[in-house]
Ligand binder design. Structure first.
Ligand code: NAX
Length: 323
């Protein structure tokens, strides 16, 4: 019987505690295959992982092949089909992204080296731990044998947030909203873009809001949603982040009919640096990720793209010694 191996790092943490169970109970893999799950965390978290392993066993998932818990990178990454890099220090209340950069960059450098040496050429790596785009860049630099298109960073949480906020505004069901993309960095400079949105079965949704709602309410609300959650919960988003990682993985495996947003490194027609992981409008099938290059970028959009690109270049410059 076919088996898919999924590695999750930071497996003793909050996001993983939702994500593992979503993956094992969900329907990412359409065939009858089983899932081997490899859970990596630091040595001090191995007792927690043991508890998580017991809980997984207690769910009696029919899909489950086996569970490996480890703190050893080679055990975790070797022969894995999907490597979900969640483990990192999360941002806490009042902490700036820049503080996180160097701390987390070192983790991703070490993991990248081992992924480069031990993973399959077909492995897909999804970077979630923040700063996700720049961590993806570090992974890319240390995995010369892995095609760059196999590495993506998570923007699906931002896209889901944008869709949900927009859906409430125009009172349309989520599934009717298409082509809502988020450009750039997974940070407060990201640009959720309504210019191409279509709402099925509705001709006149644009009369329900005006340009000031877009620039004064919609964009800042999406950009700062992570901080808003921290303000109330005292911790960063976990369940919604896990749900977004699940969606992202499902799209990588099966493709998507809608436009998607993921951080990728690529030559592109939008004049964005090809040396940063940047979220573009993407058409994704089960074996390819292609930038939708026909998208028109207005002057209004161009300003936002520039800001988020500038931030990514600054992040890259801070960690350049690790590249
Ligand atoms: P937690 O602090 O609950 O869990 C992080 C886990 O990572 C801990 O168990 C820790 O021991 C582990 N860890 C630390 N160093 C490690 C290493 N070298 N190898 C393996 N594991 C290691 O954080 P959680 O809430 O789960 O968030 C995880 C990451 O996701 C954070 O960086 C967070 O900022 C990021 N997020 C990214 C999002 C995105 O859209 N890209 C959204 C949600 C989330 O904020």
């Amino acid at each position: 019987m076919k088996k898919h191996t999924v590695t999750i790092t930071g497996a003793a943490g909050n996001i993983a505690y939702s994500l593992i169970f979503r993956i094992l109970s969900g329907n990412i893999f359409k065939d009858e295959s089983k899932i081997q799950i490899k859970l990596l965390d630091i040595p001090e978290a191995q007792e927690i992982l043991k508890g998580v392993k017991y809980e997984i066993e207690d769910c009696a998932f029919e899909r489950l092949d086996s569970i490996i818990i480890t703190s050893d990178y080679e055990t975790a990454f070797g022969d894995s089909d999907f490597i979900l890099l969640v483990g990192a220090k999360p941002r806490t209340k009042g902490m700036q992204r820049a503080d996180l950069l160097l701390d987390n960059a070192n983790i991703f450098k070490e993991q990248g080296k081992v992924i480069g040496q031990s993973c399959k050429k077909s492995s897909k790596v999804i970077v979630v731990g923040n700063p996700a785009n720049t961590n993806a860049l570090i992974i890319n630099k240390h995995t010369p044998n892995l095609p760059s298109e196999n590495i993506t960073s998570l923007m699906k949480l931002d896209q889901n947030r944008a869709k949900s906020i927009f859906s409430s505004k125009i009172k349309a069901p989520i599934e009717k909203i298409k082509k809502l993309i988020v450009w750039g960095n997974h940070s407060a400079t990201q640009y959720p873009d309504l210019s191409n949105v279509s709402v099925q079965d509705s001709n006149d949704f644009s009369s329900l809001y005006d340009s000031s709602w877009i620039s004064e309410t919609f964009i800042p609300r999406v950009q700062n949603r992570g901080a808003e959650i921290i303000e109330f919960r005292g911790k960063s988003s976990a369940a919604s982040a896990a749900s977004a990682v699940y969606d992202h993985l499902k799209i990588i495996v099966n493709g998507s009919k809608d436009w998607e947003s993921m951080g990728i490194i690529s030559n592109n027609p939008f004049n964005i640096s090809s040396e940063v992981f940047f979220s573009y409008p993407l058409h994704i099938t089960n074996d390819s990720i292609k930038i939708i290059d026909s998208v028109h970028v207005s002057e209004f959009s161009r300003n936002y793209l520039k800001q988020t690109e500038t931030e990514l270049i600054k992040e890259r410059d801070i960690i350049k010694d690790l590249l």
